[in-house]
Design a protein around this ligand. Sequence first.
Ligand SMILES: Nc1ncnc2c1ncn2[C@@H]1O[C@H](COP(=O)(O)OP(=O)(O)OP(=O)(O)O)[C@@H](O)[C@H]1O
Ligand SMILES: [Mg+2]
Length: 350
Amino acid sequence: MKENKTNTNPALLEVQQLCKEFEGQKVLKGVTIDIRKGDVVAVIGPSGCGKSTFLRCLNLLETPSYGQITYEGAYLFKKICKEEKEAFLAAKSTVKELKNPKNAEKAAKKVAKEIKKSLPEADEEKLSKTLQSPMEEKLPLTEQERLDALTIAQADLEKAQKAYEKIKAEEKRIQKNSLKAINRHRQKIGMVFQQFNLFPHLTVLENITLAPRKLKKLSKKKANALAMELLKKIGLEEKANAYPATLSGGQKQRIAIVRALAMEPEVLLFDEPTSALDPEMVGEVLNVITELAKEGMTMVVVTHEMGFAKEVANRVIFMDDGVIKEENEPKAFFENPKDARLKEFLSKVL
Ligand SMILES: Nc1ncnc2c1ncn2[C@@H]1O[C@H](COP(=O)(O)OP(=O)(O)OP(=O)(O)O)[C@@H](O)[C@H]1O
Ligand SMILES: [Mg+2]
């Protein structure tokens, strides 16, 4: 994939303004990215910046708080009423304040400012007249001025409420329709975890064939044949009947990759696939991922392996504090980083 730096394939996954909060803690703060067919996206960034949460949201293992995700154009998730909701709540509180003469001053100023912002300059003069001009400076407000401001604020509130309700209804509709899309999508996106997550009580072959048999309804014979073919590819066919506990870390992770591949995914997500491995086993796992990249598999790989990101990815992304701070093709990314935090991060890891 590396030579194809400007990938012009259509986007498989389109992510917009993805946000995730855990009990009020904002972990993802608006991640926007398109992942195109054949992309190998390396994601790097400091611990705790939200990389795993991002991957889990992509696969809907975690339900995002806000934002939208489409897969080949079909909505998997959409919740964007945040701004509309905030506008509605703000309008509601302005009306409430204006109703009370004691709090009216501040609120009236807000109304005047908001209206001014949304008007072309020529109308400003007209507005100052309508608002008895110096509403922004004048203290105290006359009763009439307060009532004028209240009328405007009430009209605003009505508009904001309509916008909020409209978008809420649309989101409800999308969420209902997306259940089917989510189920299809989940099967097209494989995920490989740092800790392999193989079932200890199942053999290698059983681990690999479980999902294809259950979810894709493959016959045992077909599932076994597919599994053996994949095992052969990574040179582990003699481990088919072994239990995970008897395998090395590198072998376990290669089996975990094969298990994901057995679902014939279109996208593979890797969350630090080599971080739990002894150094001498990192290479064998990265080789498998590199082979997949050469075959054109679309992948998002959270990794600390900068060499791998440089050599295999066609895009590298720096996440920090819940957002994508920088993205570039590998050469420019590593040789000419722009973001100050990225420079600092690279100086520590390179
Ligand atoms: N289920 C959860 N409940 C509450 N907080 C969570 C949950 N999952 C993640 N977090 C918090 O979200 C933040 C980001 O976590 P995340 O695992 O996405 O970071 P990361 O970039 O993958 O870090 P690392 O490099 O250490 O794996 C952390 O502060 C974490 O404590
Ligand atoms: Mg993580």
